[in-house]
Design a binder for this molecule. Sequence first.
Ligand SMILES: [Zn+2]
Ligand SMILES: [Zn+2]
Length: 261
Amino acid sequence: MEFLFDHFGPLYGYLIAVFSIFLRYVLFAGSTFLMFYWVRKKNWQAFKIQRKFPKRKNIFNEIQHSFFTAFIFALMGVGIYFCRKAGWTRVYTDLQQYSYAYLILSFVFLMLIHDTYFYWLHRLMHQKRFFALIHRVHHQSHNPTPWTSLSFHPLEAILEVAIVPIAAFIIPFHPITLLLFATWSLIWNIIGHLGFEMFPTGFVHHPIFKWFNTSTHHNMHHSKANCNYGLYFNIWDSIMNTNHKAYRTTFDQITQKKKAI
Ligand SMILES: [Zn+2]
Ligand SMILES: [Zn+2]
C-alpha cells in the first residue's frame, strides 16, 4: 500500500486497489467457473446441487454487481491504510511486535468475529423492510455460481466489510493477516456459491467438520431462503435452530450420488 500511494498518489492508488480486488475475483471465480461449468461439466454433473444451470444473463448481472463491490472493498482497505498512518488503528507492521502464534490466532479470531457478525447481519437483512433495499440483489441468484460471490448491493457490500475496520481499531492485526483474511473470505464465498458439492460423504456428520458450512448449505439458502444464514461455520445456525430441516439429508443425497460414479 505504502508503495502504491507514494508512487501513484491517492486517486490512482485507490483505482489500482479496485483493479487488484476485481482481478483477484475474476481469477479465482473465473478459474473455478471454467473448471466446474465448462471443462469438467459432464464429469462432475452428479455433484451439481440444483439440476438446472444458471442463465448467461444472470451471470453478467452478478459480474456487474461484483465490479462495484470492488470499489467498496478497496475503499475499506485504503481507509484502514490511512487510519493506520494517522495512528488510529491497532494495525502493526513489525512482525516482531507479536509472536507468529498470535499472527495465526488473530486470523482465527477475525474469522470467528466475522462469522458471528455476518450471521446476525444476514438475519437482519432478511427482515422485510431491509431485504428489498439491501439484500435482494444478492438473492437474484436462485442458482448461484462462483460469480455470485461478490454480487451485492453497494449498501450490503459496505455492511459486509464494516466489521473489519471496526476490529482493526480494537485488536492488533498485521496487514498480512488482513490480506490473507480477505482472500480466504473470497475463497469461502466461492465455495458457498459453487453450485456443486465437493465435500466428502459424512462431512456434515463428522464431530469436527459438521461445524463448517458446505456448498449445499448456502445453496439451499439461495433456493429456499429463510434458513441457513451462516457463513464459515455452522455454529449460529445450530444454536438458533435455523438450519434447513432437510440440510443434512440433501447433503447426503448429493454426496452419495457422487459415490456411485
Ligand atoms: Zn440471504
Ligand atoms: Zn449467497
